[in-house]
Design a protein around this ligand. Structure first.
Ligand code: AGP
Length: 615
């Protein structure tokens, strides 16, 4: 939920820290701070509010010649978002600084013990306990690495942390358990961050720390050890093929708009190399499961949260049709607390953009414990969920910075579409010519989306002018469009703060129709598929109660045009199975334009963070 950065090298550290924090602000942005060492003294500046406030507070100090420092941008979990609670947190004598992402579950017990030993706490946070625990260990050792290692033996819970100490200006100590931490390698300089975008302007060579690992960073070396066995570990570096500009806005007003427009590329990058059109084959070597294991599966569990859960709801239709396999789409936050019936013949598929969502990760671990194989769908190389899966199908959407997930969603659909075809093929339910047709429909998408994005945005902008003052919205869809209705409602509420509900159109008569009046805009998703006539009758029900009908349907559909108060026109697709990829995009743009006209913070909506790494 928070963003941490660190630098040790030969350059001015403070500008590097601030740049890194700016790229991580989507992870949390209610307070921030930096710490550095200069002439043997530790210095700290912190502020509540957004990073720009910290930036102003630092002012000319950014030019101070210091080559070692830590930074932190916070999304509060313990203690209000105040300057006092902002990181870095210090020991009593203000000689060491700690930045932390995660939750120390036993912090109150530890704080009581430390208080009895005379430690004075100045914040309400769990993190401050870490600074005092390390301070206590430094009474018996002058080795910062050993002190941090010893201190962490007392700690329960999740952490990704960085520590500096004024008596050792040549080292940063980092450690992680259940919170992400990635190290960047440079020439005579090294970096740490919660996420890749903070490293990209400086290096593309990275190292991922695993759970229960601690590392010592110097200017020319990184030494990793296991916190429990204390054994040294050698870890392969990875080259991240995102460049810094990809993680920037590339000229768009918001990251979210850039990412909506990047969807054709994201879909294409996710399917490239994963099928043979000539043979009608699906190529997914990274699955980590044999074809025999795939064909013997008794059930599939799709496990996710939020938008990723909606992707699972769409995929359920594909898996059932093409692989004839029972599929459950589980909300991870519920799944992990149920008495589950799971065995090795079940495949669990966590779906996660960040690969760090705490509930999804906890569900993954539970499913594994109960014997399930796990193949994850994820957008971040080396993230925790991927490293704990038997195999991963990476989506290649590139960094998704906007808190509202867009390109990750259509890339997840792409990966799930391929996987459903693969399992159907392996099980002999479908044949290669069927797959060839499905590949043709999938590869039709990028260009047709590119051709329509501008007109969809124009329609969305016009609708936003008309309806941005409405207090409630209803989104209706049937079959493959039902999850898209849920997703359209989530997008609208999470960035424009308008209350919106997605509903199975067939359910209207079981209650929601009581909501319909002349003040209720109803977005109806109406492709000409096998449930079209049913959907049209739902629209007529809305009309007869004076509801405002905003349809999303085919440009050739004159009947729909007459029925609707407003319409966003869609191309007729060669295959209804790919309609979810198309129909979600106008809804993303509607949410975007509504948020913009309402003056909302599109990329960093209130109360939200990009990666929900706490429970
Ligand atoms: C989507 O717009 C939301 N920001 C949120 O629902 C998100 O999809 C959810 O938190 C899951 O995140 P993940 O895909 O990184 O696991």
């Amino acid at each position: 939920m928070c963003g941490i950065v660190g630098y040790i090298g030969f350059r001015h550290a403070i500008p590097i820290l601030l740049d890194g924090l700016r790229r991580l602000e989507y992870r949390g942005y209610d307070s921030a701070g930096v710490a550095w060492i200069k002439d043997g003294h530790l210095n700290v500046i912190k502020s509540s509010g957004k990073l720009t406030i910290l930036d102003k507070k630092i002012g000319e100090k950014r030019e101070i010649l210091t080559t070692i420092g830590l930074g932190h941008t916070r999304w509060a979990t313990h203690g209000a978002p105040t300057e006092k609670n902002a990181h870095p947190h210090l020991d009593c004598r203000r000689k060491l600084a700690v930045v932390h992402n995660g939750i120390i579950e036993n912090y109150t017990d530890l704080r009581d013990i430390l208080r009895e030993e005379g430690h004075i706490f100045v914040s309400e946070t769990d993190t401050e306990v870490l600074a005092h625990l390390i301070e206590r260990e430094l009474k018996t050792t002058s080795d910062l690495f050993e002190a941090v290692k010893a201190a962490l033996k007392y700690v329960k819970g999740a952490f990704a942390l960085g520590v500096i100490w004024e008596k050792d200006p040549d080292h940063i100590v980092v450690a992680r358990r259940h919170s992400p931490l990635v190290l960047g390698l440079g020439n005579n300089e090294n970096f740490l961050a919660s996420d890749i975008p903070a490293l990209l302007p400086f290096t593309q060579e990275v190292l991922f720390l695993e759970d229960d690992e601690i590392a010592l960073l110097s200017r020319d070396n990184i030494k990793i050890s296991n916190l429990i066995t204390e054994k040294e570990i050698s870890r392969e570096t990875k080259i991240i093929d995102w460049d810094a500009s990809m993680a920037e806005k590339a000229g768009y007003k918001h990251f979210m708009l850039k990412e909506i427009y990047e969807q054709p590329q994201g879909i294409e990058n996710t399917y490239i190399g994963r099928f043979s059109t000539e043979k009608g084959e699906i190529i997914l070597p990274e699955l980590g499961l044999s074809e025999k294991e795939l064909s013997n599966l008794s059930r599939i569990i799709l496990l996710a949260c939020g938008t990723s859960w909606h992707a699972g709801l769409v995929a359920k239709y594909w898996f059932e049709k093409w692989a004839k396999i029972p599929v459950e789409v589980e909300l991870a936050s519920e799944f992990r607390y149920r008495s589950l019936i799971i065995d090795p013949s079940i495949l669990t598929i966590p779906i996660s953009q960040s690969g760090e969502t705490a509930d999804t990760l906890a569900g993954l671990r539970l499913a594994k414990e109960l014997g399930s194989k796990v193949i994850s769908i994820c957008n971040v190389v080396g993230s925790t969920i991927t490293r704990e899966s038997d195999g991963t199908i990476y989506t290649h959407a590139g960094p998704e910075i906007g808190v509202a997930s867009t390109k990750a969603f259509t890339s997840q659909l792409t990966a799930l579409y391929l996987l459903a075809l693969k399992i159907g093929l392996v099980k002999g339910i479908i044949d290669n010519s069927f797959v060839k047709d499905k590949i043709k429909a999938l590869t039709w998408l990028p260009n047709v989306i590119k051709e329509n994005l501008d007109s969809w945005q124009k329609d969305a902008k016009e609708l936003a002018v008309k309806f941005h003052k409405k207090l409630d919205f209803l989104f209706l869809g049937r079959n493959l469009q039902f999850p898209i209705a849920l997703e359209g409602a989530l997008k609208l509420k999470e960035i424009s703060y308008i209350h919106a509900e997605g509903y199975a159109a067939g359910e209207m008569k079981h209650g929601p129709i009581a909501l319909i009046d002349e003040d209720m805009p109803v977005v109806a998703l109406a492709p000409k598929d096998h449930v079209y006539e049913k959907l049209i009758s739902n629209i007529e029900e809305v009309k007869s109660r004076r509801g405002i009908v905003i349809s999303v349907g085919e440009e050739s559909d004159k009947n729909l045009l007459e029925l609707s108060d407003e319409i966003i026109t869609m191309p007729s697709s060669p295959d209804p199975d790919v309609n979810p990829f198309l129909y979600v995009i106008p809804l993303q743009l509607l949410a975007y334009e509504m948020a913009v006209i309402r003056g909302c913070d599109v990329d960093q909506p209130r109360n939200l963070a990009k990666s929900v790494t706490v429970e």
